[in-house]
Design a protein around this ligand. Sequence first.
Ligand code: TNX
Length: 571
Amino acid sequence: MTAQSATPRRRVPWRSSWPSRPVTLLAALALTVPLALGAGMGTAASAGPQQDPVSTAGSDATTAPLVIPKPVSMQTDPGQSFTVMGGTRIVVQPGAQAAVGVGAFLAETLRRSTGFALPVDIRSSGVTGNSISLRLSGPAKLGAEGYRLDATHGGVRLSAPTAAGLFHGVQTLLQLLPPRVESTTVQPGPWTVPGVHIVDYPRFGWRGAMLDVSRHFFTVEEVKHYIDEIAMYKINVLHLHLSDDQGWRIAINSWPRLATYGGSTEVGGGPGGYYTQAQYKDIVAYAAEHFITTVPEIDTPGHTNAALASYAELNCDGTAPPLYTGTDVGFSSLCVDKDITYQFLDDVIGELAALTPGPYIHIGGDEAHSTLLSDYIRFIDRLQPIVHAHGKNMMGWNEIAQADVQPSPGTLAQNWSLVNDSHPIYDALATAAVSKAVKLVMSPANKAYLDMQYNPQSPYGLHWAGYVSVQDSYHWDPATIFTGVTESDIKGVEAPLWSETLTNIHEIEYMAFPRLPGIAEIGWSASQGRAWSEYRVRLAAQGPRWDVMGMNYYPAPEVPWADFSTVQKAR
Ligand code: TNX
């Protein structure tokens, strides 16, 4: 039997040279993502085994394939290799529907550039040479996202206990192939995978990328494009910052003016925009097909001018302010003492929860400079039960730790404090969260904020947290930042991309790449063995892939890009 996989490729309409990764994964796969996250795969203790199942004795930094994130263990075998050819088949065992979807994804990606037929065979026996096999099996110790990959003359064997693990293994396999495998048009071979034995699993179960679609609005196609790109580096959470002072970006049926009026502009006064509920569901499903859980954020009680402008009754004085298109923060607040505020939040969170299969709703909570602290605390304390009533866990920026936040179920504080390069610092908000058994998602602004300029010459971005070079953004470890915060307090890492200065996917790419792969590696790979001197070589190897994909990125001088890539990116 051969699986069908004929979904047309999606393209960003106004830049036709952009390829999008093919998507043929079964819709049912979407269900596996939230379940995996909800099952608490996030902490170091539950993310995977602590021992290397395979010795790294045979690996050689100079000849090892250049993979990001760095696998837990990789043995190269120079006497072996596998070449994908015209007759190569992708073989998936029967009964593993989720694996068939991953096989179809791999087949479609390889077909575009190799031009080979690459049928996806569903069969349990007769797996001989000239095949890439995907098996939904493997030791439970590989965890919810781990995989094993062996490439020999006999073929490529990929196995994982979960479909998510197979998908991550496929991303590794694509990086083992020549960069032109990323092309959307047929390219010359050979398509050789080096002989390799990889065992791999993540350090943290939360490896997020946040996109601010409020300050500037980005189309569904642009968001999908970003999903394609973050999935390459095993990012598994897409946090969408859906509301802020400058725009409300998701249709809420019970409060329609939020989107139609509150979403009608953006920073600089452009037309803004919003996602219909069908479009939002489409994004969530697309992310799930890439084993990425979507976390929607409605920022409260501050960052709410777009909502306050849309409905006068949400204001303490009953007067709606005008829409806002500047870049200030901290001037707006929901009215903490009005009951309608909580009716509003119950309606919004209810609709959002129904649209979002993942277990988290992010309620913002940052920079509420126009809300008295005592009001802020009452507000958060009243909001958390609303989130829970809709069956979701509450996530918020680290300021929520000032309130009486309940740790269960699954409450998360996203820490954006600046960190010191050389020694741990005391951070009252991080400590407060941890003392309440609330786990942290680490997004230190002077390391992980992708909207920070690389240097004073960067054409986009801000620098309130400093200039963040590629090396800076790679040089930190989530478990050694704060005094009193250890590995088990940490759910994972996330790279936020705020969009005050960013207006399209081209600019998003320039800020995210090449820094995002480093944050992904910090979330996935063990801290021992991570070193800039070695990482920069693996990062350089990504450049030709991005060139083939037509992606924009900052050609940072501290990265030894291959010659042709540097020449092409002279800007
Ligand atoms: C701070 S950090 C913000 C955002 C801005 C960002 C710009 C945080 C939770 N809030 O409102 O967009 O800085 O870098």
